[in-house]
Design a protein around this ligand. Structure first.
Ligand code: FE2
Length: 368
């Protein structure tokens, strides 16, 4: 779509596109979105124009389409000019409320058979020129990625994570090394017990975006890892159990983490959706769910809906099962994938940490 012509109107500037459609941009909006050097800092891209503290005189003297520079120029009565690029006008040709970014539902998977291919790559490829891009796109599409043949050290694992962005700090520290022989483990993750499919951080307002795990030492039996695509469950429930989907996207489920010196609690729906009813985030941790009570009818409905999700998440046919081995680094989208672990006997040492969601989105934005 490109600009064909424009027409000044009382309410704003009407841009006529080459497909015959038109978009009328209000005069104040044009002034507020001016991209001239004076109005939008050329380096920081931060807004300099202030249309609020002193009401600008929005009487228009002249408007011009600059096809060479691909800008619309508006000259105002107070002799100032606004410059808005064709690109910006085109990107906002239709009006809609700003929305939280939805998960990539076109590539969600209900079983490993539905995965286009196993999202894995060699450490060598990851460290190569396009390695990070491939890694990011695997996570974007499949919800996770495995890097094989990585050096079996905390240092190399931390460096792998830092290739994407800084490691996030949390109640468990930043980048950490742990084993299953802690005397006083403060989470099931640090034991040999089985853990049901869940997402991490249901008790923090901003759940970790990505999680990386690397098993550095292994002298154990069992302890297989499972991944389930929570987004695929959401899409299935949206169609097959629309009432339950609605319940799980409405009720703020509290999660908690209680230790002697810590009491974290946060709440959000199992399916966080945007204004277009698209799923933005899946949050589920039955182990960490805090007590709450609704009226009896709503509570019963909630239990029914939660049960459907729980049972789908625990359906072995939906799970990708694998063993974390030294040299195999797993990173998954904690806003989409549920992870689980079978019980084990013996010794395991792991390392890993979290990334913030916005840093993952930032990198994706730069490569797409
Ligand atoms: Fe976990």
């Amino acid at each position: 779509m490109s600009i064909q012509s424009m027409k000044t109107e009382k309410d704003g500037l009407n841009i006529i596109w080459n497909d015959g459609s038109s978009s009328c941009f209000p005069w104040l909006w044009l002034r507020d979105h001016s991209e001239s050097e004076a109005d939008l800092h050329p380096d920081s891209k931060q807004r300099q124009i202030d249309v609020f503290s002193k009401s600008p005189d929005n009487k228009v003297i002249d408007t011009k389409l600059d096809f060479n520079a691909q800008n619309v120029i508006v000259q105002w009565h107070d002799k100032s000019n606004s410059r808005v690029s064709f690109e910006l006008l085109k990107s906002l040709a239709s009006t809609k409320s700003p929305n939280s970014q939805a998960l990539a539902s076109d590539s969600c998977w209900n079983s490993t058979k539905e995965m286009e291919r196993l999202p894995e790559m060699s450490y060598e490829d990851f460290m190569g020129p396009n390695g990070l891009q491939v890694w990011l796109l695997h996570i974007h599409k499949a919800g996770f990625v495995l890097v094989n043949g990585a050096p079996e050290t905390p240092k190399a694992t931390k460096e792998l994570m830092e290739r994407m962005a800084y490691v996030r700090n949390s109640i468990f520290g930043g980048f950490s090394v742990w084993d299953n022989k802690l005397e006083n483990p403060d989470d099931t993750a640090f034991t040999s017990l089985a853990i049901e499919p869940h997402t991490d951080g249901t008790y923090v307002h901003d759940a970790p975006g990505l999680q990386t795990l690397h098993c550095l030492k292994k002298d154990s039996i069992g302890g297989e890892n499972q991944l389930v695509d929570g987004l695929a469950i959401a899409e299935k429930m949206k169609i097959e159990y629309p009432d339950y989907f609605k319940i799980l996207s409405k009720i703020n489920i509290p999660g908690r983490y209680i230790k002697t010196d810590t009491y974290l609690e946060a709440r959000r729906p199992l399916f966080r959706v945007n204004d277009e009813h698209k799923v933005v985030q899946v949050s589920f941790n039955n182990h960490d769910r805090a007590p709450f009570r609704l009226d009896n009818e709503s509570m019963n409905k909630f239990y029914k809906a939660y049960k459907v999700f729980h049972n789908l998440a625990n359906d072995k046919n939906r799970q990708f099962q694998f063993m974390l081995e030294p040299g195999k680094v797993l990173t998954f989208d904690n806003w989409r994938m549920l992870h689980a672990r079978s019980s084990l006997t013996g010794y395991r040492q792991l390392c890993g940490g979290y990334h913030n969601r916005e840093d993952f989105e930032s990198k994706l934005r730069l490569i797409k």
